[in-house]
Design a protein around this ligand. Structure first.
Ligand code: HEM
Ligand code: HEM
Length: 186
């Protein structure tokens, strides 16, 4: 009884979205760490192209699929109402969420486009399964996709940093206890 009353007051995201939110957070931070590490290694390091690149591509494509599933569930679920925040913070958090979702789709697409257009590419695999490389081979286009993949991946990291700071601010520094949105995602 108490539990039911508590849930109504807190009004959480549906459990599937909560699980996917944290799973995807881990995947993104792992991908950025692996992406940074693998590009910093010298080309003679054996694991660089045989293990790290294929793993990065597989998990990157997995994020893309997870985000599509998540957006599908989101579109068909009942979500918590607007957070109890001042208007400017509500707008800022909404803009940041939309930008994060956009980058969660664009960054892996740029990764795929980069690998697909590179003349020297080792190919794209999804946990061992061959993924067709659909774009025409063109190293000038590859360099554009490579640049966009890199810049947008680090932009995503910066937005996630802002997102986390916002969540921590609402929990620990706002005087209004209803501003704490973290329980909606736990
Ligand atoms: C949300 C998903 C992804 C994130 C956050 C991400 C992030 C990153 C980061 C941070 C780097 C290092 C960039 C640098 O410092 O130079 C990187 C490199 C790379 N990523 Fe991704 N990536 C994602 C998905 C993908 C996918 C789906 C593919 C391909 C199918 C891919 C292919 C690559 C390749 C080939 C590199 C190496 C680029 C180079 O050698 O200059 N990534 N990625
Ligand atoms: C890579 C890491 C992360 C990504 C990509 C991410 C992305 C997102 C997105 C897109 C939403 C909007 C959900 C929706 O309405 O569909 C969201 C909500 C939320 N996230 Fe994250 N997040 C990440 C990490 C975190 C972390 C580390 C925290 C906590 C410190 C956090 C706390 C929250 C909270 C509390 C909400 C709900 C906000 C609300 O109810 O208005 N997130 N996240």
């Amino acid at each position: 009884m108490t539990q039911v009353a508590h849930d109504i007051v807190v009004d959480k995201y549906p459990v599937a979205l909560r699980v996917l939110h944290w799973l995807r957070a881990l995947l993104i931070l792992g991908l950025i760490a692996v992406g940074f590490t693998m590009t910093s290694l010298d080309d003679e390091t054996a694991a660089k192209f045989t293990q790290l690149y294929p793993l990065h591509k597989s998990f990157g494509l997995l994020v893309f699929l997870v985000v599509l599933v998540q957006l599908g569930i989101r579109a068909t679920s009942r979500l918590p109402g607007p957070a109890d925040l001042p208007a400017h913070e509500r707008v800022l958090s909404h803009v940041v969420h939309v930008a994060i979702y956009a980058l969660l789709l664009i960054v892996p697409l740029m990764g795929y486009a980069m690998s697909s257009s590179f003349t020297q590419s080792d190919g794209v695999t999804f946990f061992g399964l061959h993924v067709p490389e659909l774009l025409p081979k063109n190293d000038a286009a590859f360099r554009v996709f490579q640049f966009l993949h890199k810049v947008l991946a680090y932009t995503l990291l910066a937005l996630v940093g802002l997102h986390v700071l916002g969540a921590l601010k609402h929990r620990f520094f706002d005087s209004n206890p209803k501003a704490d949105v973290l329980p909606r995602m736990l």
